[in-house]
Design a binder for this molecule. Structure first.
Ligand SMILES: Nc1ncnc2c1ncn2[C@@H]1O[C@H](COP(=O)(O)OP(=O)(O)OP(=O)(O)O)[C@@H](O)[C@H]1O
Ligand SMILES: [Mg+2]
Length: 339
């Protein structure tokens, strides 16, 4: 039987219906991006109010698209954290209400775990889906708030080998976008600008960290800032495309190098890339190239990279299979590490 899932950790109100842990019957995402764009970032109070407005229509639309009723689902999964408390509360409480009203079990899911399980998803209409990831696997999670490398030796187990010491990769994309005069959310616009740029126009050093598999992006971000300032002081035009391409190439290089090193060190052949930044074309391409070096690479389809409820259903399905149930008084966990 299917699982119904809800995601509301940031500025997307989402609901999905999933079968067998992989086959997606419906995935509805109501984005608030246009509303927050005028503030240059997510405005938490506005986000939670928008979730309140969207949650019921989004759940109704997902059930309608999946052509099932609430009674047809096996369990209800919802994101408990990490994320904005006021946003999480709306989705989790909606899930509790649905679980109480229908008598179905409730499952609390970690949003970061959801990002990783997006790699298991495929549309239910697809006859021959790609094989699912196998264990052990090395997972690189690159999102707006997190950047970390996790070793998974089985379902739902994570050993964090390294993480960013400062900015997350997505956050660095967004901040660099702002420096280059690109509007929020900047990540996809940096990628777009970089398409016509020269990645060798500016030489940014690969960020150094003491921890072998840790990341750091704040120095790189500052290097871009100084390059822009120097050009402005000299009265020269800002080569936005070249700066975007050079910055992006440095990030991709750092992400690839550490993930491959961690995989080789642990004798792992399966690599998984996930999180909002995994929507980045050059990053996806660079990871897919690793297949030539004997790695099996898993990347979620584009639609499942940024926040959605389908990924929460996938993780929730495996937790449900493991016999996990949440009490109806569970609370949100705004800071909740994966491991
Ligand atoms: N094509 C792209 N290239 C680079 N970055 C991108 C691209 N698409 C999205 N991003 C970045 O991904 C981030 C959004 O990802 P996601 O929705 O997973 O973040 P989040 O949910 O806010 O954070 P977290 O998952 O850590 O809680 C943003 O920083 C955005 O700029
Ligand atoms: Mg996210």
């Amino acid at each position: 039987m299917p699982i119904l899932s809800i995601e509301s950790s940031c500025d997307e109100t989402a609901c999905a219906v999933l079968e067998n842990g992989r086959a997606l019957l419906a995935s509805v995402v109501a984005s608030q991006m246009d509303i927050h764009a005028r503030y240059g970032g997510v405005f938490p109070e506005v986000a939670s109010r928008q979730h309140v407005l969207s949650i019921v229509p989004v759940v109704e639309q997902a059930l309608a698209e999946a052509k099932i009723s609430l009674q047809d689902v096996d369990a209800i999964a919802a994101t408990r954290g990490p994320g904005l408390a006021g946003s999480l509360v709306v989705g989790l409480n909606a899930a509790k209400g649905l679980a109480l009203g229908s008598g179905k079990p409730l499952i609390g899911v970690n949003h970061l775990e959801g990002h990783l399980y997006a790699a298991w998803l495929h549309p239910a209409s697809e006859q021959n889906p790609p094989p699912p990831p196998q264990f052990p696997l090395m997972a690189l999670l690159v999102s707006g708030g997190h950047t970390e490398i996790d070793l998974m030796t089985g379902h739902l187990t994570y050993q964090r080998l390294g993480a960013t010491l400062d900015d997350a990769a997505g956050e660095a994309f967004d901040k660099v976008a702002r420096m280059l005069g690109l509007p929020y959310p900047g990540g996809p616009l940096v990628e777009k600008a970089a398409e016509s740029g020269d990645p060798r126009a500016f030489v940014f050093k690969r960020p150094k960290t003491d921890g072998r598999w840790d990341f750091s992006f704040s120095g790189l971000k500052t290097a871009v800032l100084y390059a822009v300032r120097d050009l402005e002081k000299a009265g020269k035009p800002i080569p936005v495309s070249d700066l975007a391409a050079s910055f992006q190439a440095t990030v991709v290089d750092a992400l690839i190098a550490k993930t491959v090193d961690a995989a080789r060190e642990h004798g792992v052949k399966e690599i998984l890339l996930a999180g909002g930044v995994s929507a980045n074309g050059p990053l996806r391409q660079a990871f897919l190239q690793l297949q030539n070096d004997g790695f099996t690479v898993h990347i979620p389809r584009l639609a499942y990279c940024t926040d959605n409820a389908a990924m929460i259903a996938a993780a929730g399905w495996f937790r449900h299979q493991a016999g996990e149930r949440a009490a109806l008084d569970v609370d949100v966990l705004p800071t909740w590490p994966l491991s």
